[in-house]
Every structure is written in C-alpha cells, then in structure tokens.
Design a protein around this ligand. Structure first.
Ligand code: CO
Length: 217
C-alpha cells in the first residue's frame, strides 16, 4: 500500500497539467528545452520556500541557473556554491550573477539568536561575521525587525563581494565585460524585487586591492 498522502500525489497531476499548458503555448517547448541550456542569469538565493527564482524574476525554465542555500551565502570553502559559480561563468558564460536575499529571512534571524543551533552553527556563523563587520551601523537601529532586515541587505552586499573575490569572476569580467554581479532583496509582504544598486566596477576595484586573483593559471 502506498502511504503517500494527497499533497504528494497531487504533484504528478499538476505536472501533467503543466505539460499540457506548455504544449498549448508552444508545441516545441520540450524539444527546445531538451536541446541545451543557455541561461543569462546565475541566481544565488535563500532556500526559503516562499522565494522562487523563476517566478519572482519572470523567467522560464532554461533562463536561470540556480543555487540556493540557507540565507543565500557564498562561503569561501563551500565547494557546492564555488562549483556552481565556476560552471556558470566558465561553461555557461552567464552575463549576470544575482544574489537575492529576502526580508523576514529565518536564517538571518536565527543567526542573531543567542542559541546553540547544532550543525547550523558553523553555517550561520558566516552571517554573524557579516554582523560583526557592520556592527556600528546595525547597532544604531533600535527596532529589532528593522535591524534584521538591514542585516539581510548588508548580507547580500557581502555575498556579492564574496562572488567578486573569485578568480573566475575577476578574470572573465576583465576579458569579456561579464558577468556583472548585483544584489537584490525580495520583499515577501509586497512581492517586490529591490535592486540594492551595488556599483560593480567600484566594488571590483576595491576587492582587487586585496583579493586580486587575475594573474597566473
Ligand atoms: Co531566507
């Protein structure tokens, strides 16, 4: 006896309907989808189930390469995210890398709690490090909710810098003018995608003073 409940079974029904809808719009949709992927975007976002890369950016399957983890982190020793960036830049030749955080992020909030969170401790430590780097500004915000949301924005900014610190991004940008790195925040309450307007050239120059990896190999 299959013990799966209705929510599980429903995904296959929904899949059939989705196929019918796509074929009605374009009979060649799956033929084209199976050929290759040529996305212009790499999206690095939070695993939060409410923030869906394709949907919030209005992109179809094949148009965005996606990496998600708790609190949209780009961690220096995380082979997972570094492999995704490498593949996206070197092989897919994406034009844009977007780091997308979101207000009311449970990961960012958890990172600021005085609590042992087990295996999550080392991961969320990276968010605490971002707080420490921007402690002065964050401590001036008295409203706790507003402080978390500002930390969400600052965390996105720091993760953009972490992307810019990679050799792949530095070399590709100097050779081809791509990829451009930008930071976004999704506002769950309004559905808005907010551009943090990070000045890529300025940040790249600043990063390269210390993290220049453009020579060799
Ligand atoms: Co989140």
């Amino acid at each position: 006896m299959c013990s799966h409940n209705n929510s599980y079974k429903n995904i296959f029904e929904a899949n059939k309907k989705w196929i019918d809808k796509k074929l009605a719009e374009d009979p060649d949709f799956f033929n084209n989808l199976a050929k290759n992927q040529t996305p212009e975007f790499l999206y690095i976002g939070c695993s939060d189930s409410r923030v869906h890369a394709n949907e919030i950016m209005g992109l179809e399957p094949g148009e965005v390469f996606v990496h998600r983890n708790i609190a949209n982190m780009v961690v220096n020793a995380d082979l997972n995210v570094l492999s995704v960036i490498n593949y996206a830049v070197i092989h897919l030749k994406v034009k844009y890398i977007v780091i997308c955080g979101h207000y009311d992020c449970g990961g960012v909030k958890a990172a600021m709690e005085s609590r042992d969170l087990g295996i999550l401790n080392p991961w969320l430590r990276n968010v605490r490090d971002v707080y420490r780097l921007h402690e002065k500004e964050l401590d001036t915000i008295t409203d706790v909710g507003e402080r978390y949301n500002r930390l969400v924005e600052i965390n996105v900014y720091e993760q953009c810098l972490n992307v810019i610190k990679t050799a792949e991004v530095q070399k590709s940008y100097l050779e081809t003018g791509y990829p451009l790195v930008s930071g976004l925040v999704f506002d769950l309450k309004k559905g808005t995608l907010i551009d943090l307007n990070i000045d890529f050239d300025k940040e790249l120059n600043r990063v390269r003073k210390i993290y220049d990896l453009t020579k060799g190999q």
